[in-house]
Design a protein around this ligand. Structure first.
Ligand SMILES: Nc1ncnc2c1ncn2[C@@H]1O[C@H](COP(=O)(O)OP(=O)(O)OP(=O)(O)O)[C@@H](O)[C@H]1O
Ligand SMILES: [Mg+2]
Length: 293
């Protein structure tokens, strides 16, 4: 019997706000599900944007009002009971505004929740992770305990960033946090690796962004920048090749399709990187080369 592929847990994190963490979680999750992968997305942000973006029908909203990530942290609710089937192959563990209080408790009185407060999510996912090919976790725009829990539960982190000098401070902080988690004393998660830096809302018509992209790609010793770049949606009218590919007038395509397309490319890149061949080679320069070509 063929060996079952390991569940890949990917955290989408950057303490900088508005860099498309939630958009990336929603669309990468959707794209992987479209590629017939079994996907669980987790909303680990008290803003609940990922949960809202899924536009849950009323019956699932009702379930999510009680069975959500805050209840997993606060009352040790079984994660399985919080799983909502939102689309084909795509499941969600919803956030609730109660996560604000969860984060306060995790900061002020963590031992009241668990003896290992930074590993609550990791333990909660143990029982269900083998049901999925991918678990993708959306993080809040800070480096607090919810983000820490997501990073401790994950094997990979994708760092979305805008291509601006000011956004790069967020990238630097993320690299420091990942380093601390892997090599700290004690290490909180030695398995955590950076899958890649994802350039989002990218505008190829801006020289400053194109120059910065080249600089980031030259830092390949430190991290890999995904070949896939997510264009700013305002750029779609410039994507003439899209029209040629689909054979349809651009206006016939909904915004959803526009938004999903680059994420389908990203999903394929992620698949290739995490295929047994890519993963085995993943820590060598040769693999980095292969993944890019
Ligand atoms: N490719 C894109 N083109 C244009 N706008 C985008 C693109 N991707 C995301 N956005 C918009 O940018 C804003 C921020 O996106 P998103 O909420 O995903 O970021 P975030 O990093 O999750 O934010 P936060 O830090 O607040 O959680 C949203 O209004 C979203 O619709
Ligand atoms: Mg968000």
């Amino acid at each position: 019997m063929a060996e079952r592929k390991k569940t890949q847990i990917i955290c989408i994190a950057n303490q900088k706000g508005g860099v498309a963490k939630t958009t990336t979680t929603a669309y990468l999750g959707t794209a992987l599900a479209r590629l017939h992968k079994r996907v669980l997305i987790i909303d680990s942000d008290p803003q609940c944007n990922l949960t809202y973006s899924m536009e849950l029908p009323e019956n699932l909203q009702e379930v999510a009002s009680e069975n959500n990530l805050a209840a997993i942290y606060e009352s040790g609710l079984d994660a399985q009971s919080c799983v909502l089937a939102v689309r084909d192959n795509l499941h969600l563990i919803a956030a609730s505004p109660d996560l604000v209080m969860t984060e306060v408790t995790l900061d002020s009185n963590p031992e009241s929740l668990s003896a290992e407060p930074e590993a609550i999510l990791r333990h909660a996912l143990e029982s269900l992770k083998n049901q999925y090919d991918y678990v993708v976790i959306d993080c809040p725009p800070n480096q607090g305990m919810l983000t820490l829990n997501a990073l401790v539960a994950s094997t990979w982190v994708i760092i979305p960033t805008l291509c601006s000098v000011i956004s790069l401070t967020g990238l630097e902080r993320m690299l420091e946090q990942v380093h601390e988690i892997v090599y700290g004393d004690p290490p909180l998660n030695e398995d955590l690796k950076i899958l890649g830096v994802l350039l989002t809302r990218f505008r190829r018509d801006r020289t400053v962004e194109v120059d910065l992209e080249a600089r980031l790609r030259s830092l390949e010793e430190e991290f890999m920048v995904f070949k896939t770049v997510i264009p700013d949606r305002s750029q779609f009218e410039l994507m003439g090749e899209l029209q040629a590919q689909t054979g349809r007038h651009l206006m016939d395509l909904s915004m959803v399709s526009y938004s999903l397309l680059p994420y389908l490319t990203l999903a394929m890149e992620v698949e290739k990187l995490l295929s047994p061949k890519g993963a085995a080679l993943g820590r060598t320069d040769q693999a980095k080369d292969e993944a890019r070509h």
